[in-house]
Design a protein around this ligand. Sequence first.
Ligand SMILES: NC(=O)c1ccc[n+]([C@@H]2O[C@H](COP(=O)([O-])OP(=O)(O)OC[C@H]3O[C@@H](n4cnc5c(N)ncnc54)[C@H](O)[C@@H]3O)[C@@H](O)[C@H]2O)c1
Length: 291
Amino acid sequence: MRILLTGGSGDLGTLLSIDLLAEGNEVVNIDTALPQIPGSIFIKGSILDRTSLAKATHRVNCLVHIAAWHGIHESKGTKSPEEFHDLNVTGTFNVLEAGAKEGVKKIIFISSTSVDNPNSIYGHTKILGEEMCRAYTERHDMEIIILRPRAFIPPWNRVVYRDFIEWGKWFMKGAVHINDVKQAVLKSIERLDSGKHLSEMCPVLIVDGAYEYTTKDLDKWDADGEGSTFRKYYGQYYNLVVTTGLDPARKPKLLNIEKTQVIIGYDPKYSLKNLLEELKQYGLEGPPSPF
Ligand SMILES: NC(=O)c1ccc[n+]([C@@H]2O[C@H](COP(=O)([O-])OP(=O)(O)OC[C@H]3O[C@@H](n4cnc5c(N)ncnc54)[C@H](O)[C@@H]3O)[C@@H](O)[C@H]2O)c1
């Protein structure tokens, strides 16, 4: 298959490229930044440049639209509302329109759980992006899967996380590992390529991580004292967690991924247990970047 990744030089695009290339696909990457790994057909350009985009979409069978400014750019104030609108809204329109002109029928749109915060600039641009996906599905007979991952900046991203503990603090609130987001995209591609039509138009699929905790644990959180629910599953790591400054009493927020499991067979793998094992193995540095 020939698969286009917009923003394919970023964290998610790079991980996807590694797997898609290994499976023998042709990967086209349109990005303003250079790729971090070799092997893809790289088009250096912006999705705001319709000529470059037309070149990138040429002969493509499936398109994964990743390029966007995201939550971190809003919280750090590094991108203006105009920049958000240009890349996330006009950019998404350009990608869908270029796909329609080239006859691309299989599309995956990387949205975000930030749609639950419509007052944020970022969340609002993703709401508009999802809305455009619905319109294009109908108008051009496309099959589009909308993935809504929660935050997934990887632990090895040192621009964002000073060290593995900082990432761990964030993860313990409830989170998804980037490898699981990659899995959701790969399974969406497989699903669209299966030839079986989607039972629902433009499904919106939440992407959350794996958990040892159950609903009952969450309902009766720390009923036997502070840190008791953590101890139930991860007792052997209790001292390690406390000495590194992580909070074993932190109650995570879990999202409902049932629909994602049913429609694409999503099966997240990375849980708090994995984090604790990596903490034990790699310490403050955390696991190395896979590329
Ligand atoms: N990272 C997260 O925590 C998170 C959570 C939920 C959803 N998302 C969504 O995932 C996607 C990005 O994920 P990521 O973590 O790989 O981000 P990233 O920032 O690592 O990658 C984005 C890529 O887009 C490229 N890009 C920027 N402007 C461009 C333009 N005009 N034309 C083409 N490419 C351009 C960047 O150079 C970069 O390589 C976004 O759609 C984001 O909204 C991210």
